[in-house]
Design a binder for this molecule. Structure first.
Ligand SMILES: Cc1cc2nc3c(=O)[nH]c(=O)nc-3n(C[C@H](O)[C@H](O)[C@H](O)COP(=O)(O)O)c2cc1C
Length: 383
């Protein structure tokens, strides 16, 4: 059975897909027009913080039937390890997927923190291993290591993370990490090792994940590109005698009818601030990542112009993170589209939407049961 994860908006959340303002909790700058309901007279009301909102999203994901939640990590986000340990204590079954770059940690320290999290959460930790896209984003972390070496560092990091996990003395002589006798002491040693999602498109990335990853996580792209990537993932993992399962991450707007879903998108499209988008594009500077599929809307583009196959490519224009490509449609069509991915071999899904709290219920309560073969909430209510 495929895994379903909901993405926690650790870098602010808007109350409406079409709004430019990050009004959930206390994330956005405290200024007129950007004050969420939890900010009263310029102060967080009753001590409510952005963190409280993130916990609500996590609980909504758990309540509505998601297996887990992705906690991404960017220079301008909260820290995923800190948020994860809090989510772990405020949920019961939800798994939590911490996104991080191996360059940020010593691998023994990461093993220790991971084992602690496994103990306090009852083994609910997963990772999304990111290696970084180079350019200004990478320099923000002070990371000047070039592309191929970054993946070598990731491979070495995971060698050590796995090597020290069971508590037996482990020696390692790598280019980036050297240990004589490293190990996790009792009672940290011997927890369930976290499942590994892994992102990257280049051959070095796929070779690195072939050695260690459980899932290859890709942003959504047109189907032929995805199929090509899945084949390369299979080919490179088989060199290590392993299987790496495909997983995809995308934005989704699902409603009772497809008209209702498209109305959400059309309303948001009317509010697009084209001046801001054009300014952002002028300032964008690339890194050394192999890059993802793009579609750029212009001032003259309509909602319909952004339809690609049976998906919609306007999510980036609306300010959503990740691939511009996602799904818009009815609950039934969303489930059918997910089934189609599953037939292509996809075994893990990281879904996201805005606002993350309310949309978690639309997808979790109405779409996931159709995929899993149980009755969704609306069907149960009608019966
Ligand atoms: C599904 C997915 C999720 C990602 N999440 C993050 C993230 O949370 N933080 C981050 O800094 N980069 C994230 N990235 C970007 C990667 O850091 C980077 O661009 C990618 O590893 C480049 O791979 P390549 O060098 O093989 O092209 C993500 C990429 C993908 C595809």
């Amino acid at each position: 059975m495929a895994q379903f994860h909901w993405r926690i908006p650790i870098h602010g959340c808007k109350g409406d897909l079409g709004s430019p303002l990050y009004t959930r909790g206390t994330w956005g700058a405290l200024a007129d027009g950007n004050l969420g309901p939890t900010v009263v007279r310029g102060e967080p009301s009753a001590g409510s913080t952005y963190h409280d909102y993130l916990l609500q999203v996590a609980r909504a994901a758990e309540l509505s039937g998601f297996d887990g939640a992705l906690i991404p990590s960017f220079p301008d986000s909260e820290d995923p390890w800190v948020i994860a340990s809090s989510i772990a204590r405020h949920t019961k079954t939800l798994r939590f997927m911490i996104a991080y770059q191996p360059g940020w940690f010593d691998p023994l320290y990461a093993a220790k923190a991971s084992a602690s999290l496994q103990r306090l959460s009852g083994g609910r930790l997963l990772f999304n291993i990111i290696t970084g896209g180079g350019g200004p984003g990478q320099l923000w972390w002070g990371d000047r290591i070039a592309h191929a070496d970054r993946y070598r560092r990731t491979t070495e990091f995971l060698d050590v993370l796995k090597g020290v996990w069971d508590g037996k003395p482990f020696a390692y002589d790598g280019k980036f990490f050297k240990f004589d006798e490293a190990f996790l002491p009792a009672p940290l040693a011997g927890q369930v090792f976290p499942e590994l999602y892994f992102v990257g498109s280049s051959d070095v990335a796929l070779a690195a994940q072939g050695k260690h990853a459980d899932f290859d996580l890709s942003h959504l792209e047109p189907e032929a590109n995805l199929v090509r990537k899945f084949e390369r993932v299979r080919e490179l993992a088989s060199k290590d005698g392993r299987t790496v399962k495909p997983a995809v991450r995308f934005n989704i707007i699902a409603r009772r009818t497809k008209e209702e879903a498209w109305d959400v998108v059309r309303r948001a499209w009317k509010n697009v601030d084209w001046n801001a988008i054009e300014e952002r594009r002028r300032q964008q500077r690339g890194g050394d990542g192999v890059g993802s599929w793009r579609i750029d809307a212009t001032r003259n583009s309509t909602v319909e112009d952004m339809i690609v196959e049976d998906l919609w490519g306007g999510f980036g224009t609306l300010g959503s993170q990740g691939s511009p490509l996602g799904f818009v449609g009815s609950y039934e069509d969303a489930a059918a589209r997910i089934d189609k991915f599953i037939r292509l071999g996809v075994d893990g899904f990281v879904l996201s939407s805005t606002p993350a709290l309310e949309e978690a219920f639309h997808v979790g309560e109405e779409v996931l049961p159709l995929v899993r073969g149980s009755a969704p909430t609306l069907v149960r209510a009608a019966a």
